[in-house]
Design a protein around this ligand. Structure first.
Ligand SMILES: Nc1ncnc2c1ncn2[C@@H]1O[C@H](COP(=O)(O)OP(=O)(O)OP(=O)(O)O)[C@@H](O)[C@H]1O
Ligand SMILES: [Mg+2]
Length: 160
């Protein structure tokens, strides 16, 4: 497991940027963290790293936003408004299995509401610190792990 301190909004964007630059197609990111933890902000950084020109907005009401003009597609899902028995009805596995869609990065906010999970995924937990910074923990589940060395020397912006 990798833990990274994110003192500012820019650090959250930068972590996302690095993920967007380096992650392979068919990577699923299960994002957890309370309201305002920074999940959407992280996905905005991922979109920058993927060279997506559209601006990323929260899919809280649309449930799914697709961005297809970057290095690989970005599928951004938000399960916040769904009851557990409604989560199935948006077929999240279509995205992470790449069924009828081009394989890309699938990022799911409020992923703890999923009833089924992909066989391989990267879980990213965002938690506020007492000083209103953020801490991110990243952990792969499944056999298909990727090397995260591209963020191992992540330096927060405020560090001298
Ligand atoms: N590292 C950080 N340090 C301090 N503030 C941050 C940091 N990262 C993000 N923020 C701020 O925290 C808020 C996060 O909002 P964001 O919409 O990204 O949260 P979210 O987890 O997607 O919430 P929701 O569950 O409502 O979708 C924003 O106001 C952003 O500026
Ligand atoms: Mg959000």
């Amino acid at each position: 497991m990798l833990t990274i301190l994110l003192p500012t909004l820019e650090d959250t964007l930068h972590l996302g940027y690095l993920l967007g630059k380096h992650l392979s197609p068919k990577t699923t990111l299960l994002l957890t963290g309370n309201l305002g933890a920074g999940k959407t902000t992280l996905v905005q950084g991922i979109a920058q790293g993927l060279n997506i020109s559209d601006s990323v907005v929260s899919p809280t009401f649309t449930l799914i936003n697709e961005y297809l003009d970057g290095r690989i597609p970005l599928y951004h899902l938000d399960l916040y408004r769904l009851e557990p028995n409604q989560v199935d009805s948006i077929y999240p596995e279509m995205y992470w299995e790449g069924i009828e869609v081009e394989p890309g990065i699938t990022a799911i906010e409020w992923s703890q509401r999923l009833l089924i999970r992909p066989s391989n995924y990267l879980e990213i937990k965002l938690t506020p610190t007492p000083t209103q910074e953020r801490k991110a923990t990243l952990q792969f589940y499944g056999t298909n792990t990727q090397d995260l060395k591209f963020i191992q020397n992540f330096t927060p912006s405020g560090t001298p």
